[in-house]
Design a protein around this ligand. Structure first.
Ligand code: SF4
Ligand code: SF4
Length: 429
């Protein structure tokens, strides 16, 4: 694609990077067929190619974002299916990230939109605030029919209560058995609504012979996708600094994530801080060590199977950030099969379930349609349980799936000596 940026515009490193991305696009349109919003809405401006044109026009002409640009960029899930499909290697992820930041800088959203986005950014990265918000949501639940659609969507996604019962504590492994030292990024919302996931991850890693260093706090991904550059950089920088200190101190063999959205973001820290003289090298080192839990378990070897776990059919839902963001396909399926589960594929597996960070709150209609489509495809597998590697997908699908939706590590932990996943227990609170 021809571009017409001026020398002055290209002096800005973000614009220079976006120009390189734009020049790779050859307008072929292959990406449209696998874009969930184009598949649903059939509007070229809701396809990757259409959005690329809108973003190019906005950046090249130094224009503030218009309502049209905002509408179509907001409808993008950042699922990155287009990047998997594109034969020219167009890095749509970095382009749309740049566009979202430009939108936040130049467009004044309607008051309700500003309020909702501000509230999400104020609450979600901080577990203490999430707990308070869940308590308030429980009080507001009877009023749900009176609320606007986006607040109704938010209430529908909030668990009826914070996960009050404590997860099974990880059992320490003898230090002599350790053959790797890894950091676990514990995350933010997940620690409140699904603490069992981190507990299962730690048990699995320790059983596989790893020493686990827990690093708490939000990785920055949620607010990064809202275009809140300063907050995203501050949260990401805090994680980078702490991991860099661990790397410098006793070293780490891997930096493990168990929410694939966070994993995609951690693997991109090197890009995020590429122009930051203080953090560039540290961030690149952190990204180089970042691994999804399934990649780490394949490297360490799955611990031995417990004989008591029944054979179960498992529909594996590959989160977009897993398959398109991190390009991880075989590791989770391979581990589930090795643990004794029969893995079933979900038709249209490349299409997003509609979760996409805060998308299901901000775009509830499109998110709802994608969820229905995903659930229909899941039902066709006739599997007894759904496994996925991202807490956002679990939240999106769980309420209406008709079968338990659990994290992949919960099944792997169970199969190798841990407790059954809470949703599969008959005695679960
Ligand atoms: S990221 Fe997903 S929704 Fe956005 S343009 Fe690409 S395929 Fe479409
Ligand atoms: S597939 Fe790639 S090159 Fe073709 S239109 Fe889409 S982004 Fe451009």
């Amino acid at each position: 694609m021809q571009t017409r940026f001026t020398e002055r515009q290209l002096a800005d490193p973000d614009t220079a990077d976006s120009e390189q991305i734009l020049r790779k696009c050859v307008h072929c349109g292959f990406c449209t067929a696998t874009c969930p919003t184009y598949v649903l809405l059939g509007d070229e401006l809701d396809s990757p190619r259409g959005r690329i044109y809108l973003i190019k026009d906005m950046l090249e002409n130094d224009r503030p974002a218009t309502a049209t640009v905002v509408r179509h960029v907001d409808r993008c899930l950042s699922c990155l299916s287009c990047m998997t499909t594109c034969p020219s290697g167009v890095h749509y992820q970095h382009l749309v990230d740049h566009a979202r930041i430009h939108i936040e800088r130049t467009f004044r959203r309607p008051l309700a939109d500003r309020w909702l986005r501000g509230a999400l950014a104020f609450v979600l990265p901080y577990p203490g605030r999430v707990r308070v918000a869940l308590a308030l949501a429980a009080l507001a639940r009877p009023l749900a029919p009176l609320l606007p659609p986006r607040l109704r969507a938010l209430l529908a996604l909030a668990p009826a209560k914070a996960n009050a019962s404590r997860p099974e504590p990880p059992r320490p492994t003898a230090l002599a058995a350790k053959r790797a030292r890894v950091a676990l990024l514990e995350g933010c919302v997940q620690t409140v609504i699904a603490p069992d996931i981190n507990a299962a991850t730690i048990r699995l890693l320790e059983r596989a012979g790893a020493e686990v260093v827990r690093v708490g706090g939000c990785c920055g991904a949620l607010v990064h996708h809202l275009g809140r550059e300063a907050q995203a950089r501050a949260l990401s920088a805090s994680i980078v600094e702490r991991l860099d200190a661990e790397l410098a101190d006793r070293g780490l063999d891997a930096i493990v994530t168990n929410a694939s959205g966070c994993g995609t973001h951690a693997k991109d820290y090197g890009h995020l801080f590429r122009n930051d003289a203080r953090l560039a090298a540290k961030a690149a080192a952190v990204s180089a060590k970042a691994r999804d839990i399934t990649e780490t378990l394949v490297a360490l070897g799955l611990p031995g199977r417990a004989p008591t776990v029944p054979p179960l059919t498992v529909a594996y839902h590959s989160a977009c950030s897993m398959q398109h963001g991190q390009k991880i396909d075989s590791a989770p399926r391979q581990l589930l099969a090795a643990a004794g589960f029969e893995v079933r594929e979900i038709a249209e597996g490349h299409l997003c379930c509609g979760s996409a960070g805060t998308y299901n709150v901000l775009q509830p209609v499109i998110a709802g349609r994608l969820r229905e489509r995903k659930l229909a495809n899941i039902a066709r597998t006739r599997a007894a349980v759904v496994a996925t590697g991202n807490v956002g997908c679990i939240t999106q699908l769980r309420a209406a799936a008709g079968v338990p939706v659990v994290h992949t590590v919960e099944l792997l932990d169970w199969a190798t000596g841990g407790p059954p996943p809470r949703d599969l227990r008959t005695d679960a609170p």
